[in-house]
Write a protein that binds this ligand. Structure first.
Ligand code: NAD
Ligand code: DAU
Length: 331
C-alpha cells in the first residue's frame, strides 16, 4: 500500500510514520511536509531509509497532484496546530488548514484516492466544567479560536466533497495528544522541559481547564483502524477517557520530578480559553473494536518525561525562542 502522509515531520505525523514502518512492512510511505518551525526531519531519523521525504506545502497544487496520483491512501496531518499562535497571526492557519485541505481534496477527487482527514475535538467548542457531558459525532460545530475554526472549515470541506463529488474519505476528531516528539510550545512538553531546566511550571489562569489526554500511539492505532475498516463518509471521535485538569497535570509532573506538587506559577490566561473537552468514543470502540493501550496517564506521562530527558538534542534548539515568545505575552 502506497501511503502519502502530510505533516509527517510533525508530532503526531512522525509517530504515525514510525509506527507504520514498524508494524506494516507492506506500506510504502511518502511524507509531504513543509518543515515549518513545527516540522523536524530528525523526528523521522529512525526510519529515514524506509521513507521517501518530500519538502513542500500542501497548498502547492502541482506538487500535491503528482504525489496524490502516486498514492493509494492520503493521511492528512499537516496543519498549523497551536492555538496560541493562531491568536497572534491567523493567516498561516487559513492558508495551510483551509486552502491546503482544499488542494488535497481536489487532487484526491481527480485521482480517486482514499483520503483520511485528521482533525480535532476543538471543532465542537468547549463543554462546561461540571455535568459530565461529552462530545459525540452529533455535537454541533462551535469552534472558539482561529485554529479550531480553520480545522472546522477543513472538516466541512471534506464532508461536502464526500456528498457532492463522492470522494472516499473519513474524518477523525481526536482529543489532546501527548508523547514523544511533541513541540516544546505545547503544554506538557513546555512544563517538562521547564522542569528539566529548573523552571517552575506555568499554568494559564486558574488552571481548572480540562483536557482529555490520549497517548499519541493510541491516536495513531485509531487512525489505522479507521483507514482499514471505517465507513466512507463517516466521522469517528478518538479519545481514551483521559480527562485531567491542567492543575492535575502540573501537580503530577512536579511529583514525577520529586518536587512539591503545588510549586508552580499562574500566568496570563489564553484569550477565549476553552474550558473543557471530553470525547465519547463509543462509535470507534464498538464499530471498529479499537481500544487504547495507554490507559494509565501517570505512567504514560512518566515515560514521556523520560523521553524528553533522553532527547535534549531534539528539543533544546527550539526552547529559548518559544520561551521568549511566551514571555512577550506574559505567559
Ligand atoms: P505539529 O504542529 O506538531 O505538526 C504539523 C506538521 O505539519 C509539521 O511537521 C509542519 O512542518 C507541517 N506543516 C505545516 N504547514 C504545512 C504545509 N503548508 N504543508 C505541509 N506541511 C505543513 O502538529 P500535530 O500536533 O502533530 O498535529 C497534527 C494534526 O493532528 C493536525 O491536523 C492537528 O490539527 C491534529 N490534531 C492534533 C492534536 C494534538 O493534540 N496535537 C489533537 C487532535 C488533532
Ligand atoms: O484538543 C485537541 C487539541 O489539543 C489540538 O487540536 C491542538 O492542535 C493541540 O495543540 C491541543 O490544543 P490545546 O490548546 O488544548 O493544547 P495546549 O498544549 O496548547 O494547551 C493545553 C492546555 O494547557 C490548555 O488548557 C492551555 C494550557 N496551557 C498551555 C500552555 C502552553 C497552560 O496552562 N500553560 C502553558 O504554558
Amino acid at each position: 500500500m502506497r501511503v502519502l502522509v502530510t505533516g509527517g515531520a510533525g508530532f503526531i505525523g512522525a509517530n504515525f510514520v514510525q509506527q507504520t514502518v514498524a508494524e506494516r512492512p507492506d506500506a510504502r510511505v511518502t511524507v509531504l511536509d513543509a518543515l515549518t518551525y513545527a516540522g523536524d526531519r530528525s523526528s523521522l531519523a529512525p526510519v529515514a531509509d524506509r521513507v521517501s521525504f518530500v519538502q513542500g506545502s500542501v497548498t502547492d497544487a502541482d506538487l500535491v497532484d503528482g504525489l496524490v496520483a502516486d498514492a493509494d491512501v492520503v493521511v492528512h496531518f499537516a496543519a498549523e496546530s497551536h492555538n496560541d499562535n493562531s491568536l497572534t497571526d491567523p493567516s498561516p492557519f487559513v492558508q495551510t488548514n483551509v486552502v491546503g485541505t482544499f488542494t488535497l481534496l481536489e487532487a484526491v477527487r481527480r485521482h480517486g484516492v482514499r483520503y483520511h482527514h485528521v482533525s480535532t475535538d476543538e471543532v465542537y467548542g468547549d463543554l462546561p466544567l461540571e455535568g459530565g457531558e461529552r462530545f459525540t459525532p452529533a455535537t454541533p460545530y462551535n469552534p472558539s479560536s482561529p485554529y479550531s475554526s480553520t480545522k472546522a472549515a477543513s472538516d466541512l470541506l471534506v464532508r461536502a466533497w464526500v456528498r457532492s463529488f463522492g470522494i472516499e474519505a473519513t474524518i477523525s476528531n481526536c482529543s489532546n495528544n501527548y508523547g514523544p516528539y511533541q513541540h516544546v510550545e505545547k503544554f506538557i512538553p513546555r512544563q517538562v522541559t521547564n522542569l528539566i531546566d529548573g523552571v517552575r511550571p506555568r499554568v494559564y489562569g486558574a488552571g481548572a481547564n480540562v483536557r482529555d489526554w490520549i497517548h499519541v500511539a493510541d491516536h495513531n492505532t485509531a487512525v489505522w483502524a479507521i483507514i482499514e475498516a471505517g465507513r466512507v463518509g463517516e466521522t469517528y471521535l478518538i479519545g481514551a477517557d483521559g480527562e485531567t485538569s491542567n492543575l492535575e497535570v502540573v501537580r503530577t509532573l512536579n511529583e514525577l520530578f520529586g518536587r512539591d506538587a503545588d510549586d508552580f506559577d499562574h500566568v496570563a490566561d489564553r484569550a477565549g480559553h476553552d474550558l473543557r473537552y471530553a470525547i465519547d468514543a463509543t462509535k470507534l470502540r464498538t464499530e471498529l473494536g479499537w481500544a487504547p493501550r495507554f490507559t494509565d496517564f501517570r505512567s504514560g506521562l512518566a515515560a514521556t518525561v523520560d523521553w524528553y530527558r533522553a532527547n535534549e538534542d531534539w528539543w533544546r534548539p527550539a526552547k529559548a525562542a518559544v520561551e521568549a515568545r511566551y514571555a512577550r505575552g506574559g505567559q
